[in-house]
Design a protein around this ligand. Structure first.
Ligand SMILES: Cc1cc2nc3c(=O)[nH]c(=O)nc-3n(C[C@H](O)[C@H](O)[C@H](O)COP(=O)(O)O)c2cc1C
Length: 141
């Protein structure tokens, strides 16, 4: 069984909903999944996982959340070369520029990037199913 981590930051709960639904999809495919808020994860914990889904909404002006998520990701991005990675997050009024930059940065890190998923504001019930499906597909990537 492969071990999968879903690690996220969320201020108002939208990315958290995505994290839980993506985790649901991964589990539905039989994977062992830990879903954790970024502040509950140590950088060294990443060693235990071969598949990681990172979640963070668009904050600042089209950047990752600066207090907790950005420092965490900056510390782990150099060690993603052997991992399968997915990125997700919620956004508000922008056009997803934060994710375009985050995706390019992750590809540059050498990670095996599965895909990215962005959702505007709070996921609708249909969009929640999109998250579950994203998790299912990530499980078999
Ligand atoms: C301080 C702050 C900055 C934000 N900056 C952006 C932005 O640059 N672009 C954007 O599309 N949305 C922006 N948003 C909107 C959030 O990305 C959006 O509300 C998202 O759903 C929040 O996700 P969460 O509930 O997981 O925290 C910002 C929100 C806050 C509070």
């Amino acid at each position: 069984m492969t071990h999968t981590l879903v690690v996220y930051w969320s201020g108002t709960g939208n990315t958290e909903i995505m994290a839980n639904k993506i985790g649901e999809g991964l589990e539905a495919e039989g994977l062992s999944v830990d879903i954790k808020f970024v502040e509950d994860v140590e950088v060294s914990d990443l060693d235990r996982y071969d598949r990681v889904a990172f979640g963070c909404p668009s904050m600042g002006v089209e950047i990752l959340e600066e207090e907790a998520f950005e420092p965490f990701f900056a510390q782990v991005e150099g060690d993603l070369g052997s991992k399968k990675v997915a990125l997700f997050g919620s956004y508000g009024w922008g056009e997803g520029e934060w994710m375009d930059e985050w995706k390019a940065r992750t590809e540059d890190s050498g990670a095996d990037l599965f895909d990215v998923l962005i959702i505007n504001s709070t996921p609708s019930s249909e969009e929640e199913e999109t998250c579950v499906d994203f998790g299912r597909r990530f499980a078999s990537f």
